[in-house]
Design a protein around this ligand. Structure first.
Ligand SMILES: Nc1ncnc2c1ncn2[C@@H]1O[C@H](COP(=O)(O)OP(=O)(O)OP(=O)(O)O)[C@@H](O)[C@H]1O
Ligand SMILES: [Mg+2]
Length: 272
């Protein structure tokens, strides 16, 4: 039996939820509502990869400028420039207006060229909404657009292009030996884990982050929703943004009990 290699996040309290880290080479969908700390989680994963585990990491943002990413990092005492100087961290910003059909192939090329081992795409939602727009029309199969009764449906073709793009993207990532965090932006109360509604099935794992009102106060939490080949933890854990970054609390430590009080999920009621 081969032992599964793990890509540790180094985020306090998280790795034990997935038996020691993300499976190396897995594609993980990190989904959550606005402000739920998806970007902080994924930057911490990339930075720790470089500084704690000596793994070449790449963080691509379509939403935050490099300056904005650095400003966030400084608050937690993360020296991104030092990690970049060592050649272990690559932080890239691609403005939304510059996204086109060459953006993803360029990322793949960069990953191969620089032998990147952990990759963050912040966000898959932004990339997938913008990139397929530029896909050459000859990539579309007419038979998929024209129904037997000859109805052409432009809105269906948009959905079709988006889904095809996601299948292509995740297929390509599977061929690389890179552990990938794909950020998915979802609305409050959404039952889906992505806007395209297919990436949650294609990805190997899903981590769901929330920031919602509990007992009159907003709280952040995290759930490992799926992790192929891993007996993952199935509880909803409180997440705190501490002085050095994110901390995921256990259900019985002080942060956890506070969260339990607010949600009414005390240890006793959970055990019942
Ligand atoms: N130093 C800090 N200490 C405590 N909380 C912070 C700190 N820095 C940021 N935050 C909180 O983290 C939130 C932003 O986290 P992050 O950017 O990771 O969220 P996100 O899920 O990526 O959001 P979006 O969907 O908008 O991209 C802020 O709205 C703020 O509430
Ligand atoms: Mg973000």
């Amino acid at each position: 039996m081969t032992v599964m290699k793990k890509s540790k996040t180094g985020i306090p309290g998280f790795d034990k939820l997935v038996q020691g880290g993300f499976p190396t080479g897995a594609n993980i969908l990190l989904c959550g509502t606005p402000g739920s700390a998806k970007s902080i989680f994924s930057l911490q994963y990339a930075y720790n990869g470089a500084m704690m585990y000596g793994e070449k990491s790449m963080y691509v943002s379509f939403e935050q400028s490099k300056d904005s990413i650095e400003r966030q990092a400084v608050q937690f005492g993360w020296n991104l420039a030092a990690a970049e100087k060592k050649g272990l961290l690559h932080v890239k910003n691609v403005p939304v207006k510059k996204i086109d059909h060459t953006t993803f192939p360029k990322i793949i090329e960069y990953v191969k060229q620089h032998k990147i081992k952990r990759l963050v795409i912040d966000s898959l939602s932004t990339l997938s909404i913008n990139a397929p727009m530029y896909a050459a029309i000859n990539e579309l199969f007419l038979k998929d657009l024209i129904m037997p009764d000859n109805i052409y449906a432009p809105s269906l073709s948009g959905d079709y292009m988006l889904k095809r793009f996601i299948y292509m993207l995740i297929g390509e990532l599977q061929d690389l030996n890179v552990t990938c965090l794909l950020i998915s932006e979802i609305e409050q109360g959404s039952e889906a884990y992505s806007r395209d509604t297919v990436s949650e099935f294609l990805c190997d794992g899903i981590v769901q982050m929330t920031f919602e009102s509990m007992g009159g106060k907003y709280s952040r939490s995290l759930l490992v929703r799926k992790m192929r080949h891993v007996k993952n933890d199935e509880d909803i854990h409180p997440v705190e943004i501490g002085k050095k970054g994110l901390v995921v609390h256990g259900l019985s430590d002080s942060g956890g009990e506070l969260h339990a009080e607010r949600t009414g999920k005390t240890k006793k009621s959970r055990e019942a």
